[in-house]
Design a binder for this molecule. Structure first.
Ligand code: C5P
Length: 233
């Protein structure tokens, strides 16, 4: 491992089952333009020169298969990739990875395996902003009207100009994110992204303008869009 006090490790949670995709295989392993979606994501992260290593979090029963996949498709990638086992929820998967950070790592960039289109520019901007303030996330503004509902009934309309749709990358100083995850573990806090655990501790988090094409491939229609996007690009 390279020795540097400013070292940045990418954590790529890829241990989901992809229930909403309705496919037999987890969505991150589905093929997109000749390669698994996850490989597109790894290739993109490996183009970011400030990332020196990656912890790829795979479903426990697919660690071996993921290692083979990395060997087959990513042997030309510039960063070293370690495959580890994930947990039941995304939070458990990221927690596992945070426990395996090398001691000399100062910055952690977390990026979903199923967001293959984040640009290197976005990865870099988020990383640079976090390095100033400790924590930064990518997000886009909402275009639809957002309402809060309960039991199928509208309760209220939220002020759209105060709403953001949060993406990954999310970048943190390692001490902040490890502390947030540790406290979440002890206190039973849960969140669907990483920043939400820092919010519980009232930590400031900067927002960077995300990209509308940085979609999370989740449903079958996203695959059609992704094929189209790759063909057009
Ligand atoms: O479920 P969701 O769409 O929020 O998943 C986002 C990312 O988290 C995906 O890349 C998925 O593979 C990953 N994940 C994970 N471990 C889980 C559940 C989801 O690494 N137990």
């Amino acid at each position: 491992m390279k020795k540097s006090c400013e070292k940045t490790i990418a954590i790529v949670p890829a241990a989901g089952r992809g229930v909403r995709m309705g496919s037999k295989q987890p969505k991150q392993f589905l093929m997109l333009a000749g390669k698994p979606i996850l490989v597109h994501t790894i290739e993109r992260l490996s183009q970011a020169p400030f990332i020196s290593e990656m912890l790829l979090v795979a479903p426990p029963d697919l660690v071996g298969a993921s290692e083979k996949m990395v060997h087959k498709y990513c042997s030309g990638c510039s960063l070293s990739i370690h495959v580890i086992a994930g947990g039941k929820e995304r939070q458990d998967s990221v927690f596992n990875a945070l426990q395996q950070l090398p001691t000399e790592c100062s910055w952690v960039l977390i990026h979903d395996a199923v967001r293959p289109f984040a640009s290197v520019k976005l990865l870099k901007e988020t990383w640079q902003r976090a390095r100033k303030n400790g924590a930064a996330i990518a997000a886009v503004t909402a275009t639809d009207t957002i309402k809060r509902v309960h039991n199928g009934q509208v309760r209220e309309t939220l002020a759209r100009d105060q709403i953001i749709l949060v993406q990954t990358p999310q970048v943190f100083h390692r001490d902040l994110i490890q502390d947030a995850y540790r406290q979440a573990q002890q206190r039973g806090w849960t969140g669907t992204d990483d920043a939400s655990l820092l919010e519980r501790l009232n930590r400031p988090i900067d927002v960077v303008a995300g990209e509308f094409f940085n979609i999370k491939v989740t449903r079958p229609s996203d695959l059609f869009w992704a094929e189209w996007f790759l063909a057009k690009r």
